[in-house]
Design a protein around this ligand. Structure first.
Ligand SMILES: Nc1ncnc2c1ncn2[C@@H]1O[C@H](COP(=O)(O)OP(=O)(O)O)[C@@H](O)[C@H]1O
Ligand SMILES: [Mg+2]
Length: 279
């Protein structure tokens, strides 16, 4: 099914966005209160080789949007297209084949890692599924090579492949979660607060890793963070979210140096080092 999406992608304009979000609405049914609208009419494009950063205070709808982007949350309105095809969750827990190259990285690596299995086993499983979907023959040798390759790429010593997730540091665990996403040969990765739970030094290294992956593999990436400094440092474009809407969206440099929306200015003034940088 991955081959099918490739053919489909090849038929598209190469400059076309990988992800196109139009007027997306996400709402939740709240007991006794009707529906709560968490995302109200968002437009967003994600292109190959770029990082789009989404910033905003806790509760503004970032994770709701992220889950809709990858087809975990169903939209109540608007549309999200990935490689020209609608992103629609299946009623069952299985992920549609054409969404395999659209991956998510969570704040907590345990959201995608099983604590009870060696990381090697988990990576093997992903490689097997991706190869099967491509119609490739399964080969234990090629699999080991692919896994070592991806571990090296994320900066984890392949010698650690036999470990269980708890025997890794927080930074290593997040790198393994990223490796898992990479084994599917992704086109777009949506990372929701990917470094928020890490110590300061791992934060710096993992955000550099994410930037390098986008540059080297020419994938598209959405990075969501409540920490403006993170997004300012690595995103090409930035969207500022407030109460379910984007109040402003543009090249990161412009958004930080000449914000058009008073709310952006207010957010920025709460970050001393950014204000310093502007002056
Ligand atoms: N499953 C849910 N049911 C009801 N309300 C929800 C649910 N998930 C999130 N919300 C509400 O939607 C709003 C946005 O949440 P979220 O997308 O998690 O924001 P953020 O990631 O920016 O902190 C919050 O008010 C939150 O309480
Ligand atoms: Mg969130």
């Amino acid at each position: 099914m991955i081959a099918e999406h490739r053919d489909h992608a090849a038929a598209l304009d190469p400059a076309a966005p990988l992800v196109e979000v139009r007027d997306a609405v996400v709402s939740y049914r709240v007991k006794g209160k009707g529906r709560f609208i968490a995302v109200q009419g968002v437009d967003l494009d994600v292109r190959a080789g770029e990082i789009v950063g989404i910033v905003g205070e806790s509760g503004c709808g970032k994770s709701s949007l992220a889950r809709a982007l990858v087809g975990i949350n169903r939209l109540s309105g608007g549309s999200i297209r990935f490689l020209g095809r609608e992103v629609t969750p299946l009623p069952i827990r299985r992920r549609p084949g054409h969404l395999v190259p659209l991956q998510m990285v969570f704040q907590d690596p345990y959201a995608s890692l099983n604590p009870r299995r060696q990381i090697m086993r988990q990576l093997e499983e992903v490689w097997n599924a991706a190869s099967r979907a491509r119609g490739d023959l399964l080969s234990a040798e090629r699999r080991t090579a692919a896994i070592d390759d991806v571990l090296e790429r994320v900066g984890v010593d392949p010698e650690l492949r036999g470990r269980y997730p708890h025997a890794l540091s927080g930074g290593q665990r997040q790198r393994v979660a990223i490796a898992k996403a990479l084994l599917t040969d992704p086109k777009v990765i949506v990372a929701d607060e990917p470094i928020s739970a890490l110590d300061a030094s791992s934060q710096k290294h993992v955000s550099r890793l994410l930037r390098a992956l986008v540059d080297d593999l020419q994938i598209g990436m959405v990075i969501i963070s409540h920490d403006l400094a993170v997004v300012a440092a690595i995103a090409d474009r930035t969207a500022v979210m407030r109460a379910g809407r984007f109040v402003e969206q543009g090249p990161t440099e412009r958004v930080w140096t000449a914000p058009e929306n008073p709310y952006t200015l207010q957010l920025l003034s709460a970050v001393p080092e950014l204000v310093g940088r502007q002056g």
